[in-house]
Design a protein around this ligand. Structure first.
Ligand SMILES: [Zn+2]
Length: 149
């Protein structure tokens, strides 16, 4: 049973954030937090994190789309409330690679040597089950906490 306080699209949002974290994109998660929780502008985020503001806009727009189930997307205030529950738990998720050199990483799940820029895609293609497992655990945790309140 899902609490009324949580959006039905929560699992999609959590899965995306887990994918980013596992793939070593913690800076994107930082950008998402700055944009929705601390209400910073894409230009301010570009300046602080060195992520081009077009990328910041793309990533945050994608998050907004993930929150949308049917009809209008939820307000930014609603997204903020949900992210405040989700993000601390994403912080505890580990990256699934170690660096081989400046460009290549080794996957901790299967041992493959992959270019870092292709690693998110590698996780998406080969290890979506791992992302799903971690995401389900986080969603269960959030739902049980929300139901206690
Ligand atoms: Zn792998």
């Amino acid at each position: 049973m899902q609490s009324r306080r949580l959006p039905a699209t929560l699992p999609n949002v959590v899965r995306y954030l887990v994918l980013l974290k596992v793939s070593g994109r913690a800076n994107y998660i930082d950008a998402i937090e700055r944009y929705f929780v601390r209400i910073e502008s894409p230009s301010a985020i570009e300046e602080k994190l060195g992520i081009p503001k077009t990328v910041v806009k793309g990533v945050t727009q994608y998050v907004r789309e993930l929150f949308r189930s049917t009809g209008a997307p939820p307000s930014d205030e609603r997204i903020k409330q949900v992210l405040e529950m989700v993000l601390p738990r994403i912080g505890a998720v580990n990256e699934a690679f170690s660096w081989c050199d400046a460009s290549y990483v080794r996957c901790r799940i299967c041992g493959a040597r992959v270019r870092f820029t292709d690693f998110e895609d590698h996780i998406r293609r080969c290890h979506s089950n791992v992302v799903d497992e971690i995401a389900s655990e986080i969603v269960r945790d959030i739902v049980s906490e929300a139901m206690r309140k």
